[in-house]
Design a binder for this molecule. Structure first.
Ligand SMILES: [Zn+2]
Length: 427
C-alpha cells in the first residue's frame, strides 16, 4: 500500500460540547507528496530502545504497513526525539490581511512556560523542553493569508509548502534551523476562523519532503491557529494545551478522538481532548515516548493468573502499566489514574482499562477505554471534559471480562502506599 513518507495530522474541533466537527479528513492524499512506501515497522529506531528483555517482547505490539501513525512500540523513526533536551523553535507569523495584534511575544506567552512545564511534569523530568524564539517580532509573510489557501484539511502541497518556504526565507537571517528538534509556528490569532468554528491547528510530522532550511528539512512542525477559548474564563490556564497536543504528533502520537468526538478515550489523554481542564497522557503513550521505562511495565503474557502492583500515574517511579497482549497487534492496558500531576479533572480515581490496537490508524480509534459504569452520565460536569467516561475507572472488587478472549482483569485492593493490586487471568 502506498503511503506518503510523512504524516499530516489534521485536527478536528476537539472536546467542546458546543459542536462536533462534521468532516475529519484523516486520509492523506498520496498525490499531495511523493508517494513512497512507508513501513511502520519495528526495525526503525524509535525513542524506546530495541534492547528489550524477552519478557517484554509479547507486549511490544506493532501495526502493519499502511497505518499512518500507529500505537505500536517502538515508535517508528522520523519523529522528533521525546527524551532529554529538546529544543523547540517558535516563530510567530502574521499576514498583510491579518496583521498581528499586540506583540509577537505576547502570542508566545499564551503557550509558555506552561507547555514546557506540562512536558516536564508528564515526563517525570525525562523531557527537558526548551522553547526558543530567536525572532522576537511577527514574521510578516510575503503573501496574504488568503493567498496560501489554508483551510481545514488543507494538504501540505501547495499551501503549506509555500508557507514553510516563506517562513524559512524570512527567518533564515536570524535562525540556524539545525539547532532545533521541532518547530512551532504560532499564527496570529486573527488569521482564519475561530477555533470555536473550525480548528485549523495541524502538525506535519516526519515530513522528510518538507522544504529544507540550513541543510535540514523542516520535517516536524506544528501550526497553531486562533485560540481554543470556549468563553468559560479558563483560557489563561488551559488555552496552551493545543500545543502539547500538536507536539504529541511531532513525537509520534496518534489522535485518539474520532469522527464522533472524544467518546473513545474521553479526558484520559491529551491526544483525545485538549480543551478544558488539564489532563495527562495514557501510560501507554508515556511508554512510547520513553517517559516510562521498560522496568516500569508489567507484561502479562503468561496464561493463568498473575498479580501486578501499579502505582498511580502522577507519582514518579514504580510500575505504571500492566499490559495484556491479545495478539502481536493488540491488547489491554491497565494503569492507575488519580488526581495529581497534569491530571486535574479526575473525579473517580482507580484503574483505567483500555484496549490498544496498533493496526488502527490515527483518528479512527486506536485506543478505546472500557467504561466500568456504562450510561452513568459520569462524575463531572466540567466544561470540555467528556462526562460519560469520567467515571470509567475500576475500583477494588470490580472485574473487567473480555468475553471473546476470556481475559479477566480484577482490581483486588489498594495497599498502604496507595498502589493498586490487580489480578490478570488469561486462559
Ligand atoms: Zn491531533
Amino acid at each position: 500500500m502506498q503511503q506518503p513518507t510523512w504524516r499530516q495530522i489534521r485536527e478536528a474541533r476537539r472536546g467542546t460540547a458546543l459542536a462536533t466537527c462534521a468532516v475529519l479528513a484523516l486520509t492523506v492524499t498520496t498525490s499531495a507528496s511523493t508517494g513512497r512506501l512507508m513501513e511502520e515497522s519495528p526495525q526503525a529506531a524509535g525513542p524506546v530502545s530495541l534492547a528489550r528483555a524477552t519478557t517484554l517482547s509479547p507486549c511490544m505490539i506493532t501495526g502493519t504497513m499502511g497505518v499512518q501513525m500507529s500505537e505500536g512500540v517502538p515508535t517508528s523513526a522520523g519523529y522528533s526525539r521525546s527524551t532529554g533536551t529538546v529544543k523547540a523553535l517558535n516563530l510567530m507569523v502574521d499576514f498583510s490581511d491579518a496583521p498581528g495584534e499586540g506583540s509577537a511575544l505576547d502570542r508566545l506567552a499564551e503557550f509558555f512556560p506552561q507547555t514546557s512545564d506540562w512536558f516536564r511534569t508528564s515526563s517525570y523530568g525525562r523531557l527537558d523542553y526548551r522553547p526558543e524564539s530567536p525572532v522576537p517580532d511577527w514574521l510578516r509573510m510575503p503573501k496574504s493569508f488568503k493567498e496560501y489557501g489554508i483551510e481545514r484539511g488543507a494538504p501540505f502541497d501547495p499551501g503549506y509548502r509555500e508557507l514553510v518556504t516563506d517562513i524559512v526565507a524570512e527567518a533564515d537571517p536570524d535562525v540556524d534551523f539545525r539547532e532545533y528538534d521541532l518547530v512551532n509556528i504560532l499564527i496570529t490569532p486573527n488569521a482564519g476562523p475561530s477555533a470555536l468554528d473550525t480548528v485549523l491547528s495541524v502538525t506535519f510530522a516526519g515530513n522528510t519532503e518538507a522544504p529544507v532550511a540550513d541543510g535540514v528539512p523542516v520535517s516536524n512542525a506544528s501550526f497553531v491557529y486562533s485560540r481554543q477559548d470556549d468563553g468559560s474564563g479558563s483560557y489563561g490556564e488551559t488555552g496552551y494545551r493545543v500545543l502539547p497536543h500538536e507536539n504529541g504528533h511531532v513525537f509520534g502520537l496518534p489522535d485518539l478522538y474520532t469522527q464522533d468526538g472524544g467518546g473513545a478515550v474521553g479526558h484520559w489523554d491529551i491526544m483525545s481532548e485538549d480543551w478544558g481542564a488539564n489532563n495527562d497522557l495514557l501510560a501507554w503513550h508515556k511508554w512510547k515516548l520513553g517517559w516510562i521505562g521498560d522496568d516500569q511495565i508489567s507484561c502479562a503474557s503468561n496464561s493463568g493468573t498473575t498479580e501486578h502492583t501499579l502505582s498511580p500515574l502522577p507519582e514518579n517511579g514504580g510500575t505504571k502499566l500492566a499490559f495484556v497482549p491479545l495478539s502481536s497487534t493488540k491488547g489491554y492496558a491497565l494503569e492507575v489514574r488519580t488526581r495529581g500531576g497534569n491530571d486535574e479533572a479526575i473525579c473517580k480515581p482507580g484503574v483505567l482499562v483500555y484496549r490498544v490496537d496498533a493496526e488502527v490508524d490515527t483518528g479512527r480509534g486506536p485506543i478505546t477505554v472500557s467504561d466500568s459504569t456504562k450510561d452513568s452520565g459520569g462524575c463531572t460536569r466540567r466544561p470540555n471534559v467528556h462526562a460519560e467516561l469520567s467515571d470509567a475507572t475500576y475500583e477494588p472488587g470490580q472485574t473487567f471480562t473480555d468475553k471473546k478472549s476470556g481475559v479477566r482483569l480484577t482490581v483486588s485492593d489498594i495497599d498502604t502506599e496507595g498502589r493498586y493490586r490487580v489480578h490478570v487471568t488469561r486462559p
